[in-house]
Write a protein that binds this ligand. Structure first.
Ligand SMILES: [Zn+2]
Length: 309
């Protein structure tokens, strides 16, 4: 934990004091979450500095009385305490750079169990959460498993794959652009696309539309999921990746095809459900990739992603 006297030792993050440049879409997303924020959110991607700045601004946004358009005001005493001093009664900042022991997390359980001091939201940030030890990560997981009203957990990491899958499946994942420009860079693999991949992309699109069609009409999916020529563990993982990429466009408010436009019409709860169902399906695929029944996993996803079990 970064205590007050340790603050001088921490590098000053200049990005935190003003809205991030060209990041209006990120703030629109904060605004979107305002009414019903998820208990746990993962900020993935971007740089370490932007993740940290955004986490603090998220904490300020949910506590600042003058917050507007998804942004905190940056000038009130609450904003100053959170963004500049980083000392605020309802902010807990676990920084793996300063070392996080499992006891540090355990001793906050009592705090998470009571209402926040200021009455808005207590925000707990886990900076560079991929560096938490296994025991600490498991303690965090246990914390997230219980409903903790008025507590928001913000987990920062370059890539969700570096976290416990069970933490990811309980969290809402928000992908930051990799460049500060606010433009989402193409994926590393994306820039190396070759002709073969383009063919796969067409197949993938076909599957995305088949899924959408199934969600709308209830037909046309099962002949796709059982097509042995195409469906494999690798294909299924890529399929889920493709859906997550489409989800990213929704959060950027940039619907560019019928799949992402359909997602854009969904509520936050519905989108969260799709994300969680994907995480569980991926878990099943990775558990025993050699003998997993892939069509069964795909069908389970298609039939559970939209409705309560
Ligand atoms: Zn403020």
């Amino acid at each position: 934990m970064a205590e007050k006297e340790d603050l001088e030792k921490l590098p000053v993050n200049s990005l935190v004091h003003a809205p991030l440049e060209n990041a209006e879409h990120l703030y629109r997303y904060f605004s979107f979450l305002r009414e019903n924020p998820p208990q746990s959110i993962i900020f993935e991607g971007g740089t370490q500095e932007t993740r940290e700045a955004l986490a603090l601004q998220y904490a300020a946004f949910f506590n600042c009385k003058q917050a507007k358009d998804g942004k905190p005001c940056f000038i009130c005493s609450t904003c100053k305490q959170i963004l500049i001093e980083r000392v605020f009664n309802d902010l807990l900042f676990f920084d793996t750079k300063a070392g996080v022991k499992v006891e540090d997390i355990r001793e906050k359980r009592a705090v998470w169990g009571v209402a926040p001091y200021a009455g808005a939201y207590r925000v707990t940030v886990f900076n560079e959460a991929q560096k938490l030890g296994l025991e600490s990560a498991n303690t965090l997981l246990k914390t997230l498993e219980d409903p903790r009203p008025q507590n928001l957990f913000v987990i920062l990491t370059p890539q969700r794959e570096q976290l416990l899958k069970t933490i990811v499946s309980r969290s809402f994942v928000f992908i930051l652009p990799h460049k500060q420009s606010g433009v989402v860079s193409s994926d590393a693999q994306g820039s190396q696309k070759n002709e073969a991949n383009k063919i796969v992309d067409t197949v993938m699109q076909d599957y995305l539309y088949a899924l959408l069609n199934f969600w709308t009409t209830g037909i046309g999916w099962f002949e796709k999921s059982t097509n042995k020529e195409i469906v494999s563990v690798e294909f299924a993982l890529n399929f889920f990746l493709a859906i997550q990429q489409q989800l990213r466009f929704v959060f950027l408010k940039d619907c560019s095809n019928s799949f992402s436009c359909a997602l854009e019409k969904m509520s936050l709860a519905e989108l969260q459900r799709i994300q969680k169902t994907i995480a569980l399906a991926e878990e099943a695929l990775l558990l025993k990739p050699s003998n997993v029944d892939v069509p069964l996993v795909l069908d389970w996803f298609a039939t559970h992603a939209l409705v309560e079990k």
